[in-house]
Design a protein around this ligand. Structure first.
Ligand SMILES: [Fe+2]
Ligand SMILES: [Fe+2]
Length: 257
């Protein structure tokens, strides 16, 4: 089973990166399933039906989210109907949407779970308790378990991956928008990267226009951030999984147009 996981897609530039560059990455490998983090896909904050559909049309099979899940209110209208979209499992129980789903790919069941951290990430429920609860429900059925752990702190993501090394096929970190140079296969076969990095405009601060970010940094005044433009990059990992549900190879990529 060969999969690609794309890091946070930031706005129009990020969507353009997927449109222009995904084919090139796919062509080099025989890809069965494509995942992405979509929390910034619509104007940098959240997701609309139109942007989600656009990304699916480029070949993305499943999108996970993060702290910007509710950044665009349109999502309330479609999140419950959209089985390709997953928001953090350990949000408060009353929120709409789903925290995991299982997809049939090549006669195998791939479980995808989205978790959000608790360190520098606001007041979320425990990702450990949330995962344990769902794991009991899916462990018999799932051939592969893939987690997008959306978090700021590197150590929190690594500790979670190590803790569940015997249960997970792959854990990718998202949220920081900076790709880490630490792809590895953990002792019991879990593929791991601390952060996939972002997909969007290269000449930017994490995908957003530089001047607005600098203004906020200098003045501490509010300023609406805007998605940057220009040359784009697509960031993510290419992963091979074996029939035992383990990662046999994981390679990160950042390709530019
Ligand atoms: Fe993000
Ligand atoms: Fe985030």
């Amino acid at each position: 089973m060969n999969i690609i996981y794309i890091g946070d897609i930031v706005g129009r530039a990020g969507r353009r990166a997927v449109r222009k560059l995904l084919d090139e990455v796919i062509r080099k490998h025989n890809i069965d399933f494509i995942l992405a983090n979509g929390e910034n896909a619509a104007g940098g904050f959240g997701l609309t039906k139109k942007t989600a559909d656009e990304l699916y049309s480029y070949g993305i099979n499943c999108m996970t989210m993060g702290n910007h899940t509710w950044g665009n209110r349109e999502i309330y209208e479609f999140i419950d109907r959209e089985d390709r979209l997953i928001r953090p499992l350990n949000f408060n129980n009353v929120v709409p949407g789903r925290g995991y789903n299982i997809y049939k790919v090549k006669e195998k069941n791939i479980a995808v779970i989205n978790l959000i951290g608790q360190v520098f990430m606001g007041n979320n429920n425990s990702p450990v308790e949330a995962f344990d609860h769902v794991y009991e429900k899916i462990k018999e059925k799932a051939d592969y378990i893939i987690v997008d752990f959306h978090g700021e702190a590197t150590g929190e993501k690594k500790a979670f991956a190590v803790m569940y090394d015997q249960k997970l096929s792959l854990l990718v970190g998202t949220h920081t928008h900076v790709q880490t140079n630490d792809t590895q296969i953990l002792n019991y076969g879990t593929g791991y990267i601390t952060d996939l990095g972002f997909s969007g405009a290269v000449d930017s601060v994490l995908g957003m226009k530089k001047d607005k970010v600098i203004y906020r940094l200098k003045t501490k005044m509010p300023k609406r951030l805007e998605v940057a433009t220009g040359q784009v990059q697509l960031s993510g990992v290419y992963v091979e999984l074996n029939n035992q549900g383990n990662t046999t190879s994981i390679n990160s990529f950042i390709v530019k147009d």
